[in-house]
Design a protein around this ligand. Structure first.
Ligand SMILES: Cc1ncc(COP(=O)(O)O)c(C=O)c1O
Length: 348
């Protein structure tokens, strides 16, 4: 049988992720917030889709490949390493010192080579890993998949994640983190091709400048992997400009603790920031709204480093005051359970 890159013939359990509904009470209004649970993909994140999409289209075009190399903040590298292991393809993942312990361990456990890129003076972490991945591909003759510039990255979301989400629409707004821009560009392209009154909103910390200039001038280091990016996205330039919501990392960490303590959600850190951005947007509405959040991954990637790494990175005091401030906001959230047919089937 010829190799097929069609998403419907993906041999892994990627896609058809659950959509979990929450009722959100703010003031006198009750809103509906839907969480797209990308953590339920086989290798644990939204990047499973991108890794399969880019790799399968590349194989379809070039024929069988022996080894690939690419840059990643962690989740894509994890997915690519696992997929390559199953397909008997060698993989080199170039990441940064900020990679989570979980993703680093998974990449190695899948038999891939993990290389940490050191930025040169003035170079961002993201640019350093792209540079090194290109250099390794040239030296070793492996295929450079180039997710950060490859149009197949946003195409994975335009042709797969977005239509899957909008099948459960309509939504007044859809929220995601900008990160390196693949998801948001794919959603922007989908909305351009299928116009509807849905606002696209990107949530990211102050020091991120993936699409628009950062208020802080993009100088502070990012504290949460892939929550925003310090390099202008190769996929920037979509029109209309997406809505931009800034969310600080201390508030994000506090919300992560509260959501987990109250067993409301098992999403990861950037995803928690995205939910907070949606709550902030909902608080500005004057009528009930229905919104969706693309939640890139799950809590298992962060729980082991919350105390040792993430809370110290934002400071104990800002974290604790955010806990106090957020507790009543989280009290207004009630989980209603899965809404889409795929999720209901998975629950049985
Ligand atoms: C934690 C996290 N959030 C969000 C994203 C989405 O990033 P992008 O849209 O650039 O693919 C990623 C991608 O690596 C991620 O790891």
């Amino acid at each position: 049988m010829p190799f097929s890159s069609a998403v419907a013939s993906c041999p892994f359990k990627i896609g058809h992720t659950p959509l979990t509904a929450y009722q959100v009470r703010i003031g006198n209004l009750t809103h509906e917030l839907l969480v797209k649970e990308e953590r339920c993909n086989e290798f644990g994140s939204v990047k499973d889709r991108v890794a399969w999409y880019i790799l399968s289209k590349t194989i379809e075009k070039m024929g069988p490949v022996k080894s690939v190399v690419d840059a990643s903040s962690g989740n894509y590298g994890n997915a690519l390493a696992c997929i390559c292991q199953r397909m008997g393809i060698g993989a080199t993942i170039v990441s940064s010192a900020s990679i989570s312990a979980h993703n680093a361990a998974q990449i190695k456990a899948a038999g891939a080579r993990l290389v940490i890129a050191e930025p040169k003076p003035g170079e961002t972490a993201n640019a350093a890993r792209m540079r090194l991945a290109g250099e390794i591909a040239a030296q070793e003759g492996s295929v450079f998949l180039d997710q950060y510039s490859n149009p197949l990255n946003p195409a994975a979301h335009q042709n797969w994640t977005a239509p899957e989400l909008f099948a459960d629409g309509p939504f007044d707004a859809v929220f995601m983190t900008s990160s390196s821009g693949g998801t948001s560009r794919g959603f922007a392209d989908y909305l351009k091709a299928h116009p509807r009154p849905t606002q696209l909103c990107l949530v990211e910390p102050e020091s991120s400048c993936a699409f628009l200039d950062a208020p802080s001038g993009c100088t502070d280091k990012l504290k949460i992997p892939a929550f925003g990016s310090q390099r202008r996205s190769s996929f920037a330039g979509m029109k209309p400009d997406p809505g931009m919501i800034r969310m600080d990392e201390a508030t994000t960490l506090a919300a992560f603790t509260l959501l987990h303590e109250r067993q409301l959600s098992k999403v990861g850190l950037s995803s928690t920031g995205v939910i907070l951005g949606a709550l902030e947007w909902l608080a500005r509405q004057d009528k009930p709204a229905r919104v969706a959040c693309i939640c890139a991954d799950g809590d298992e990637r962060y729980l082991d480093e919350i105390q040792s790494r993430y809370i110290p990175s934002v400071g104990q005091e800002p974290y604790e005051s955010a806990l106090q401030r957020l507790a009543p906001v989280i009290d207004g959230i009630k989980c209603l359970g899965p809404v889409n047919a795929d999720a209901k089937a998975a629950a049985h």
